[in-house]
Design a protein around this ligand. Structure first.
Ligand SMILES: Nc1ncnc2c1ncn2[C@@H]1O[C@H](COP(=O)(O)OP(=O)(O)O)[C@@H](O)[C@H]1O
Ligand code: SF4
Ligand SMILES: [Mg+2]
Length: 358
């Protein structure tokens, strides 16, 4: 058994319970892995986490890091030919079957998903009223009359007071912000135990995005469900969640309490991600497009080709200990008298594209 080399102060305050303590958990995942057909490497490797009722957890990382794959695997919506395995996978304490290759994916009834593009998720030819009533009747057993009343109630809850018009509209007749609210209503009205929101506000402008995030998190909190918020926007996510999981190349590399993100994040990649936030629309965006996909060749830390702290030891995969998967951070925190995670933040702007392996 590996020793925990970090002092108690360094352990994330809101660290998830271990998978041994999953009684009452909404989601308990251990060793989740996904490989797409023909891919040389797993898209996600060894993802483990536990969410309790009411937990609001962010999954952040740049494009290609495996966030959506994680969400789709948990929601049971991966393509039918993807290979998915896990050592343990339970929702609301009930073990869930993983899809075998070739088995048609099915949405898990206790899990709702909200996606970025409401236009492609909503049925383009049915009215909003029909779609809401169908979900209400299927998921909650509501009668036709009850579903009609509740559909209007749900629209009001998401701030769409012109219920008669919205219920009679088809998706293309609504604005992007209204469609996103409708999708939130549809996701929540089935009384899910877990809500997975994958870039739910990326199609909206900054102020509408913040409103929609606030609405979604308020409704999830009222319902008592857990929430997994997926986004590349680390600061927006942290604002609306309690805990942040940072992904790089298909693995969780750091877990940190949202309120301590800027002061306690210790992994060199997380520090770089935070340092690059103001430039996401400019130089950062160029860097994002250069993120290497997992190659599956190294077996070591996937970040080492671009990490200023890398040593020979990084050819071996570091464990996720006390919330951080990094040999250097573990050494820093284990040093006598270390008062705080002392990894100086490298700016991603300092990492030239030439350093990124092809
Ligand atoms: N349907 C798919 N088929 C094959 N590869 C995929 C598919 N979806 C995603 N991938 C690959 O899996 C990795 C993770 O992608 P994804 O989960 O979409 O990341 P993120 O949501 O963080 O941008 C990437 O290398 C991506 O190219
Ligand atoms: S120091 Fe090593 S283990 Fe830590 S992020 Fe850098 S390459 Fe990875
Ligand atoms: Mg994605």
């Amino acid at each position: 058994m590996r020793q925990n080399v970090l002092g108690p102060r360094a352990v994330p305050e809101t660290a998830a319970p271990s998978p041994d303590q999953v009684d009452g958990s909404v989601l308990a995942v251990e060793g989740l892995r996904v490989r797409y057909p023909g891919a040389s490497a797993e898209a996600i490797s060894d993802i483990s986490t536990v969410l309790a009722a009411g937990d609001r957890v962010a999954l952040v990382g740049e494009s290609g890091s495996g966030k959506s794959t994680t969400g789709l695997a948990v929601g049971g919506l991966l393509p039918r030919d993807a290979e998915v395995t896990a050592d343990r996978f339970a929702i609301d304490g009930r073990p869930q079957p993983l899809m075998a290759p070739g088995v048609l994916p099915r949405r898990r009834p206790d899990v709702s998903m909200v996606f970025q593009d409401a236009m492609t998720c909503l049925d383009p030819v049915s009215t909003i009223g029909t779609q809401l009533r169908t979900v209400l009747r299927d998921a909650t057993g509501a009668s036709r009359a009850e579903a009609k009343v509740r559909a209007a109630e749900w629209l009001r809850r998401v701030g769409l007071d012109d219920t008669v018009r919205v219920l009679g509209s088809r998706p293309y007749e609504l604005s992007g912000g209204m469609r996103q609210r409708v999708m939130i209503a549809i996701a929540l009205c089935s009384r899910p135990r877990l809500v997975i929101a994958d870039e739910p506000t990326s199609a909206l402008d900054a102020s509408l995005a913040r409103q929609a995030m606030g609405l979604l998190t308020d409704l999830v909190r009222e319902s008592g469900a857990a929430m997994l918020m997926i986004s590349h926007d680390i600061d927006l996510c942290a604002e609306f969640t309690d805990r942040v999981l940072v992904m790089y190349a298909g693995r969780i590399v750091e877990e940190v309490a949202s309120e301590r993100l800027h002061t306690a994040a210790a992994h060199p990649y997380t520090r770089g991600l935070l340092a690059s936030v103001p430039t996401l629309a400019g130089a950062g965006a160029e860097w994002l497009s250069a993120i290497p996909a997992p190659t599956g060749e190294s077996g070591g830390c996937d970040f080492r080709a671009r990490c200023r702290y890398a040593t020979d030891r990084c050819a071996e995969l570091p464990p996720l200990e006390a919330g951080v998967r990094c040999w250097h951070t573990a050494d820093v925190l284990a040093a006598p008298g270390a008062a705080a995670p002392a990894v100086p933040p490298p700016s991603l702007r300092e990492i030239s594209l030439e350093e990124v392996p092809a």
